[in-house]
Design a protein around this ligand. Sequence first.
Ligand SMILES: Cc1cc2nc3c(=O)[nH]c(=O)nc-3n(C[C@H](O)[C@H](O)[C@H](O)COP(=O)(O)OP(=O)(O)OC[C@H]3O[C@@H](n4cnc5c(N)ncnc54)[C@H](O)[C@@H]3O)c2cc1C
Ligand SMILES: NC(=O)c1ccc[n+]([C@@H]2O[C@H](COP(=O)([O-])OP(=O)(O)OC[C@H]3O[C@@H](n4cnc5c(N)ncnc54)[C@H](O)[C@@H]3O)[C@@H](O)[C@H]2O)c1
Length: 471
Amino acid sequence: MSDLIRTDLLVIGGGSGGLSVAAGAVQMGASVVLLEAGRMGGDCLNYGCVPSKALIASGKHAHAFGTGGPFGIAPAEPQVDYAAAKSHVQDVIAGIAPHDSVERFEELGVKVITEFGRFTGPNSVEAGDKLIEARRIVIATGSSPLVPPIPGLAEVPHHTNETIFDLTERPEHLIIIGGGPIGMELAQAHVRLGSRVTVLEGAKALGKDDPELAAIVLETVRGEGVEIVEGASATQVSGGEGDIAVTVNDGSVYRGSHLLVAVGRKPNIGQLDLAKAGIEYTSRGITVDKGLRTSNRSVYAIGDVAGGMQFTHVANYHAGLVIRSALFGLPVKASTAHIPWVTFTDPEMAQVGLTEAQAREAHGDRLEVLRFDYGESDRARTERATTGLIKVMVVKGRPVGASIVGRQAGELIGIWALTIANRLKISAVANMVAPYPTLGEINKRAAGQYYVPRLFESDLVKKIVRLVQRF
Ligand SMILES: Cc1cc2nc3c(=O)[nH]c(=O)nc-3n(C[C@H](O)[C@H](O)[C@H](O)COP(=O)(O)OP(=O)(O)OC[C@H]3O[C@@H](n4cnc5c(N)ncnc54)[C@H](O)[C@@H]3O)c2cc1C
Ligand SMILES: NC(=O)c1ccc[n+]([C@@H]2O[C@H](COP(=O)([O-])OP(=O)(O)OC[C@H]3O[C@@H](n4cnc5c(N)ncnc54)[C@H](O)[C@@H]3O)[C@@H](O)[C@H]2O)c1
């Protein structure tokens, strides 16, 4: 017989999205129960954003040893201790973990149950020996690495993002299947830490981003020694510990010591028994309306499990919307037009809103594309970080998208995320005075391009200036 708990809000999953909902709702006075079957903090903290960015930081330090020549610093061979780099990764996770811990959430007033949740009815969920009945339920169970049924793969030792950060021996030769953000970020980190790396990508590497920008990243990563094979779909895997062979569609075979599978994600819905609650789903995730409600009106789905953009800041954004809807009954509408994303390769690549191709398709001839090159930035020159480019897509004076590749692209995209989220005009960025010399000037200079033809190439402007000068 299960213990019965009644609550205003039940959150299933204690990752980026679930923790944000639980913390916000309890602090606004709702009674909240949170279920987390694995590690508090979810993918982002334990197997995703945090460990990957920490390992990238180690790779950056190693890389700096060999790139000081132009600055007057003789290149040296870095002494990489891969196991110590992994200790750094675990240390960073441990430093953030208290913020996401059971103890902190219980202190906030959330009842945390460290069990798997499974629906037993439209408003009831079983977790261990507890039965929870809730007025509103939020499914925030995230996603897991997709391990495709490639013949031989199941029998061959391989890593996913859930195990690679625990590996303490440096891979001699890491083969990565999948050239998306996970594959490319970890490829560059590993080559910098001294592994040989081969990326096998079935289609185009970094294929979700603007191809002009992605090409700049790929050229740099290849230049550092990563072998990137595009159009190479893995069709067969064989071998064993330390000697793995991956066959691709044209019959070529790539051999390496370790294998990482990074070919996308699958939603964590398998064990939820969604049918018992009348919740519809597809292989992409739980079906939700614009307000993030499922086919069961009292149940919401947010973050990765909702099958849209899969980023921590999207899960957090969804959390804010659900709090407004579930706690205050306000109408909400999830949008993607203002959501940025960043791939943390070096150079970084960042996007918000429409890419050039998407904007061209949506707006045709009304589209103006403003471009500015990092090479024109004095700060970029001082740091010899002149490889980079910004493109801003503008329609009727308002930005609808921005794409940046280059140093600190992830920081620079913030201005455009603000502009697009608030439907500001390009003049809002052009009017800003950016401190000199900062990379931030790149944003202002790109915005300034909007006025070049209007002010410097206009006969009318020239006539007016001459007229005014006469008087
Ligand atoms: C290698 C890697 C790098 C990434 N880097 C970035 C990045 O730099 N920036 C970025 O924005 N995003 C990044 N992401 C994506 C980001 O991690 C996810 O988008 C984010 O974690 C999604 O949050 P979520 O709350 O939907 O799910 P999660 O954070 O995965 O949380 C879901 C939680 O639910 C729990 N759970 C599942 N089923 C149940 C159940 N039935 N009952 C109870 N608990 C359950 C799980 O144990 C998990 O803890 C990265 C992902 C990976 C894999
Ligand atoms: N910086 C970030 O924000 C960041 C970093 C990492 C991951 N993420 C999130 O995690 C998600 C998953 O990342 P991902 O890189 O695993 O997925 P992805 O879907 O973005 O890329 C997977 C790649 O694998 C390729 N592929 C699929 N099957 C293949 C096969 N058999 N052989 C060779 N290639 C194959 C696909 O063509 C694709 O390019 C991302 O979409 C993103 O939302 C974000």
